[in-house]
Design a protein around this ligand. Sequence first.
Ligand code: GLV
Ligand code: MN
Ligand code: MN
Length: 408
Amino acid sequence: MLDPARIMERCDALARHSELPGGLTRVFLSPQARAATDTVLGFMREAGMHAKLDAIGNAAGRYEGSRAGLPCLMLGSHLDTVRDAGKYDGMLGVITAIECVHALNASGKRLPFAIEVIGFGDEEGVRFGTTLLGSRAVAGIFDRQALAATDAAGTTMQQALLDFGLDPAAIPRVARKKGEVLAYAELHIEQGPVLEAEGLAVGVVTAINGFSRLRVTLRGAAGHAGTVPMRLRRDALAAAAECVLAVERVAQGQAEVVGTVGRIEAKPGAINVIPGEVAFTVDVRAPQDELRHDAVAAVRSEIDSVCRKRGVDAAVETLQEFGSTVCSPWLMQQMDEAVKRQGLRVRRLPSGAGHDGMALKAITEICMLFVRCKAGISHSPLESITEADAAAGAKVLLDFIEHFRLPA
Ligand code: GLV
Ligand code: MN
Ligand code: MN
């Protein structure tokens, strides 16, 4: 029996592992991530799975099929959060998948395939600026250069893994081979307003928008805020301000393209000093890769012209890019059927947010089920879902699992 109240309680329980007093922030390889991961490993064992922490810090559980060693249907989502996050982005997918296994195990049901549930250690990329670290390791596309990336305190990912008790040299062993994973299915909150507007509890995802993440560093000249005349300044922050507006303008110029500057830092950062150096991030997304590439090219050219005009040097570095990822038609079809069998209307919709399936696509076919969230709010402590919608999502996911089959 599925227990939706337990799903809600477990999301609440995980939200208590946070570095932010009174809120939720849990980044990759932090002590709070360790506590949440250990909690999830406990939930997995209670559901009848073999569960272990893997070498990249994912919680990985396996429920054998009708005989040991069969290829698996992989389910999951992520356990890391953005800063001041909601408690469902990522966690709902992991907890619901475990709940489905719990229900199968409680009724002694074994399927003609194994089920693996993974709580990915990093999807958001908050700590090291590069995303999908857990799922990329599982998909065998983890870039070892990422080990040299540093967090805000200057700690390398390599060191953070060691501090977490993990062996970075073992990361390649996390990779799964094609054929071991029959498909990947992820339940996730919608993070947008469409399902709520249409009065629907769940939706079937068609594709995940691609993204480009850039880091821009502008170098002007620091100076005395009282003595340097305005016409002689090379103010890196004033230049950055124009660049931020240029990102917004470029994105506004193309329906379906979105562009965000989410982080900016000015140095030296004093009230009476002209900022000499500014670093900011740019996140550009679109459903079609060509649209996104054009938008990124336009952003780069706007930054160049702002900086030329202001005598400021600009360095633009691509941190990460992921192409848009299409969900497999046969899996969407099977998810549609599960939605219908549960007496719900099928609604297909694309995802503007990134998800672990983008990485998993390198080794297997993927699909996703969205669950309605209140007012479409996510990446915010106001993120909220109802227990009834959690129940609807869990029922559809369990139905999908029980009827899952490879295409003829
Ligand atoms: C992850 O939530 C992302 O889309 O950035
Ligand atoms: Mn997120
Ligand atoms: Mn997410």
